[in-house]
Design a binder for this molecule. Structure first.
Ligand SMILES: [Zn+2]
Length: 278
């Protein structure tokens, strides 16, 4: 019998995301980032250890520079760290040279501070530019975790699509970068966070969020039992107050469904081994 795969992923955005959203350095905003690095992620790592679950943690290079110790702890405890840009810029707003600088500056931070070459990438904000996958290929990354062309199954990325004015879309070619799906309903922030800017109504009842996440997993188990479901969590949000209970209870529900927990690098390796790119 096929076991469903659950991936616990964390976008540890740190101060970098607030510097994009609100560069006034408001102490209230900076405090949220301080919480993520000093309280939130350590609490999540404690829970992952207690539940014996591995995670994949996407960290902007800037955040590695601000919070090196908790990143080292995550690696020492067996979690994977993935590329998440340098300053969490919107890569769709950058030309290829500016995006390449962000990409390389991130790689430099991982190497210099953690001695690490990430195996995969998740676009800041989950949005890829047309140049993001070519840059991942250029730097030898194995996978991207921003995929939207399937809800549960990994697939190979495509590059070189061309829009012909007043004509058909010319599809590009598949390349050797595995796309791992990102499902919006599995992101904690829109459900849990209240923000004025950018507007985020959040603050839904915890039992409602838990039910939604369990429903997504149950549906996958029924209709796509070989699928991969990735939680997308933020240390500024889910470990604050009682919300962490939602994560703990979801992990226990997934275990009861017989789920196996994989890091994203393992998902990419498994997909490549079973679906060679011809
Ligand atoms: Zn992010």
């Amino acid at each position: 019998m096929t076991s469903p795969t659950v991936c616990v992923t964390v976008d540890f955005d740190g101060h970098a995301i607030w510097l994009q959203w609100d560069p006034t350095l408001s102490p209230a905003k900076m405090g949220r980032a301080d919480f993520a690095g000093t309280v939130g992620l350590p609490r999540m790592l404690d829970l992952f250890a207690a539940e014996d679950v591995p995670a994949t943690i996407y960290v902007p290079g800037h955040t590695v520079e601000v919070f090196p110790e908790v990143c080292r702890r995550a690696l020492a405890e067996g979690h994977e760290i993935g590329h998440h840009g340098y300053l969490h810029k919107d890569h769709t707003s950058l030309d290829i040279e500016a995006e390449r600088r962000e990409f390389v500056r991130g790689l430099d931070a991982y190497d210099r501070i953690l001695g690490l070459r990430p195996r995969g990438f998740r676009a800041p904000g989950g949005d890829l530019s047309a140049n993001s996958i070519p840059l991942a290929l250029e730097h030898g990354l194995s996978y991207d975790a921003s995929g939207t062309a399937h809800d549960y199954l990994p697939y190979y990325a495509r590059v070189g699509d061309a829009w012909i004015p007043d004509g058909p879309l010319a599809l590009g070619d598949l390349v050797d970068v595995v796309e791992i799906p990102l499902l919006g309903s599995m992101i904690d922030v829109p459900q849990m966070e209240f923000l004025v800017r950018p507007p985020m109504p959040g603050l839904h009842a915890y039992d409602k969020i838990l039910k939604m996440w369990c429903d997504e997993l149950d549906w996958m188990c029924e209709f796509q039992p070989d699928g991969v479901l990735s939680l997308v969590l933020h240390p500024t949000t889910i470990p604050r107050g009682a919300r962490l209970r939602v994560l703990r209870d979801f992990l226990r529900h997934a275990k009861a469904k017989g789920a196996r927990f994989l890091r994203h690098g393992e998902v990419a390796d498994t997909f490549r081994a079973t679906h060679p790119l011809s």
